[in-house]
Ligand binder design. Structure first.
Ligand SMILES: C[S@@+](CC[C@H](N)C(=O)[O-])C[C@H]1O[C@@H](n2cnc3c(N)ncnc32)[C@H](O)[C@@H]1O
Length: 239
């Protein structure tokens, strides 16, 4: 079993409770404003988690499919969907590397560092083929991924947090081009390991799968990518 099969559960939700719907709504607004979509398009939220971005897209009128490996997070996404009437969203538990027949999309998003979960480059790169295979000819792909500079610059080696009455110790380290986080709740320990890719490496991977980069931003305010930046937000298309 890989680390990501274990970690994205109720404890993940507790630790990342501050990753809010408001934040997601702002990010989705940036994406939709920038792309100039018509609000009738089909959107695929690849690794949607609890569907915070999917719901924001659906609330803006898009028809959204959210897929995620975690049954716990998909259950939460479906529960949240019930709070909204008349929007077009559905959520499936699925491995993005082995998707069922879901058709093709005008926009595919992969947000909040849901990429780079394997130590193996080829396996990580496979995601771009999945994207290519599910984009309409005029479709676009938006990837929100970490910036290695920022990760290295801000790495907090150890942090002790109080999460819903429990003491949680988070340790971080750099190991073989990965940022590794160990999250210790009382009696249960999780790992998170994300491979650090520079902009050029991501661009090369995208190119190999026929994806053309149209823009790279540093943040959701629309500031351009920079070498000593915070994040890497890529927008690409097939032509
Ligand atoms: C950091 S979370 C981000 C979730 C969501 N995009 C958000 O912004 O809240 C990463 C997500 O990727 C999902 N994930 C990891 N590997 C996956 C895979 N192979 N297929 C589908 N989802 C996957 C995890 O279950 C988790 O929900």
């Amino acid at each position: 079993m890989m680390w990501f099969n274990k970690w994205f559960n109720e404890d993940y939700l507790k630790l990342y409770a501050h990753r809010s719907d408001e934040e997601a709504a702002e990010q989705v607004k940036f994406i939709t404003d920038t792309l100039g979509l018509q609000r009738t398009e089909r959107v695929l939220d690849l690794a949607c988690g609890t569907g915070r971005h999917s719901l924001a897209f659906a609330l803006s009128g898009y028809s959204v499919l959210g897929v995620d490996l975690s049954p716990t997070l998909i259950e939460e996404a479906r529960r949240r969907l019930h709070d909204h009437e008349g929007i077009s969203a559905s959520f499936y538990v699925a491995d993005m590397f082995n998707l069922p027949q879901i058709g093709s999309f005008d926009l595919i998003v992969n947000l909040f560092t849901s990429f780079g979960y394997f130590a193996d480059n080829e396996k990580n790169e496979e995601m771009f083929q999945v994207v290519k295979d599910h984009l309409k000819p005029e479709g676009q792909f938006f990837l929100d991924y970490l910036h290695p500079f920022n990760v290295k610059q801000t790495l907090v080696k150890e942090e002790v947090l109080e999460v819903e009455g429990e003491r949680v110790v988070v340790t971080r380290s750099l190991e073989k081009d990965c940022v590794v986080k160990i999250i210790q709740f009382p009696g249960r320990t999780y790992k998170e390991s994300v491979k650090l890719y520079e902009r050029e490496q991501i661009e090369q991977m995208m190119h190999r799968h026929g994806l053309i980069i149209n823009n790279v931003w540093n943040d959701y305010q629309g500031n351009p990518w920079k070498i000593n930046g915070d994040r890497q937000l890529f927008l690409c298309s097939l032509k």
